[in-house]
Design a protein around this ligand. Structure first.
Ligand code: ME8
Length: 509
């Protein structure tokens, strides 16, 4: 039986268009899913859109359309962006779909039947941008949202149905303390533990102040608060309430990828809801920091239009291509801490790793094979000095992908590219007479290109498929199976090697 690998992104709000912050999480999830497909794992990659709630309703009103039209329009923009970026999702869930309404109603009814959802009155400061209530003590200067800083909160009073979160403090602590890897990185795990240890208040999970949501089956006029509908998407997509066998085949072995601002929802409320419904909490939550632009988190509800148009994924794809875009976010932004986004860093990384290293290796090899071997690629040597490097690089790359560290994985893979360029410079096959010595060096370099095409395919799927084709191989690198396919000696030799245009034209600085 192959291993199963279930990975999710947050589902994104449809109040506006996708930006590079969304793309960051989504590209990482995509690359990790692609890595697991290479391992032969049965892989399921879920993304989608979060379409209910006040924020979406208000943005629809401002745009003069219905919330459903607004959702349709912007969900399509997310899909377009992901198609552009080569995102290989298996399912794109929209919370307005009937399958999701059914799952939300099923799961929350189960919690109510178990006695953990009850009627009560709630009054408190509420931030519309976060769609969240805060405690008075959390506000900035007594009136501003702790996340949005300059946005004043509104005071809401509602008779709502409450989830008895307070009853789950001990079980949540047991879940996290008993599973040291469940929340990564460690600093975020400690943050969650600290929050839970302070004591948990019950939370209001329904609204009567708006109708744009999933109806509460037992209370006409109430809809579920958007977060308690949204979180359930991860269960809807794998069949909760519809196909329990399918659900059980994926749950709870999930990897949730999230930005740090939604950690409480994923590491406190969501696991507590699952426990209350008699289900297991998720096995892995991976929390990353923010991409910052001039020190501010870039988010569509706060940033000005100029900033946003600068950072739409398509804008960068125009300059760097899909693979250049993906490579930057995977290689340059470590998974965990906050990171400053600058255009210059994208250019530098593109030129250094893609144009000068990988692109140059391919073009050198293809040029010399054309000149010295009549365009037919020789086979590698079994005892090549590069064989040991390739084995080490495979192992380091695999470890880093398993740890959700794309940046380290690509750093490891590029060691092989750099060492092969150095090996060519040492041996200078372009200066030698055609013959076995030249064949040996070029065969080794072609074998490296084959292996690198496989190892780098999760990050740069288009370019690696092109390298594969140019060195004369059939099929695609992302159809290969690791670890066997990375073993030294797979390039058969005797294949036609095509020169072609530069794979990554250098960008002028
Ligand atoms: O929070 N840097 O949706 P959202 C890094 N619908 N990542 C960023 C980012 C930035 N500057 N800006 C956004 C929601 N992201 C809810 C989620 S899940 C059940 C519901 C990424 O549209 C990051 O993954 O505000 C963050 O958590 C997510 O987009 C927030 O997207």
């Amino acid at each position: 039986m192959p291993d199963r690998f279930y990975v999710t992104t947050p589902i994104y709000y449809v109040n506006d268009a996708p930006h590079i912050g969304h793309a960051f999480t989504t590209v990482i999830a995509d690359a990790v899913a692609r890595w697991h497909r290479l391992l032969g794992d049965d892989t399921y990659f879920l993304t989608g859109t979060d379409e209910h709630g006040l924020k979406v309703a208000q943005s629809a009103e401002a745009a003069g359309v219905s919330p459903q039209e607004q959702a349709d329009r912007n969900a399509a923009r997310f899909r377009e962006a992901w198609d552009l970026l080569g995102i290989s999702y298996d399912d794109f869930i929209r919370t307005t779909e009937p399958r999701h309404h059914a799952a939300v109603q099923a799961l929350l009814s189960r919690i109510k039947d178990n006695g953990d959802i009850e009627l009560d009155t709630y009054e408190g400061p509420y931030c519309v941008s976060c769609e969240a209530y805060y405690q008075e003590g959390e506000l900035v200067d007594g009136e501003f949202c702790p996340i949005h800083k300059s946005k004043p909160v509104t005071r809401l009073k509602e008779e709502n149905w409450f989830f008895r979160l307070s009853r789950y403090q001990q079980r949540l602590l047991e879940w996290i303390e008993g599973n040291p890897d469940v929340i990564q990185p460690e600093g975020k795990r400690n943050e969650v533990l600290g929050f839970i240890r302070q004591g948990l208040d019950d939370v209001s999970i329904t609204r009567t102040s708006l109708s744009w949501g999933v109806p509460v089956p037992w209370a006409p006029g109430h809809v579920f608060y958007v977060w308690y509908d949204a979180l359930i998407n991860y269960a809807t997509a794998i069949g909760l309430g519809v196909d329990e066998e399918r659900f059980a085949s994926w749950w709870p072995h999930v990897h949730h990828l999230i930005g740090k601002e939604i950690i409480r929802f994923h590491c406190v409320y969501w696991p507590a809801m699952l426990l209350a419904a008699g289900l297991e909490p998720p096995h892995h939550v991976h929390v990353h920091g923010w991409l910052l632009l001039g020190g501010e988190k870039l988010s569509k509800s706060e940033s000005g239009a100029a900033k946003l148009t600068d950072i739409a994924p398509a804008r960068l794809v125009d300059d760097f291509g899909v693979d250049g875009f993906r490579y930057h976010f995977l290689r340059d932004v470590p998974f965990g801490p906050d990171s400053d986004f600058t255009y210059e860093r994208v250019v530098d990384r593109y030129n250094a790793d893609l144009a000068n290293n990988l692109g140059n290796l391919l073009s050198r090899v293809a040029t010399v094979v054309a000149k010295k071997c009549d365009g037919i690629g020789p086979a590698p040597r079994p005892d090549s000095p590069l064989a040991a490097v390739a084995a080490e690089v495979h192992d380091a790359t695999a470890r880093a992908w398993a740890d959700f560290q794309p940046s380290l994985a690509l750093e490891a893979t590029w060691r092989l590219v750099r060492e092969t360029n150095a090996f060519l410079e040492e041996n200078e096959p372009w200066k030698a007479e055609p013959g076995p010595a030249v064949d040996a060096v070029l065969g080794d370099a072609l074998e490296v290109l084959r292996i690198v095409s496989i190892l780098a395919s999760p990050a740069i799927p288009t370019a690696t498929a092109e390298i594969w084709r140019r060195i004369g191989l059939t099929g695609r690198p992302d159809e290969q199976h690791l670890p066997a396919a990375a073993a030294w000696g797979g390039y058969p030799g005797g294949l036609e090697v095509v020169k072609g245009a530069p794979l990554f034209p250098r960008i002028a600085t």
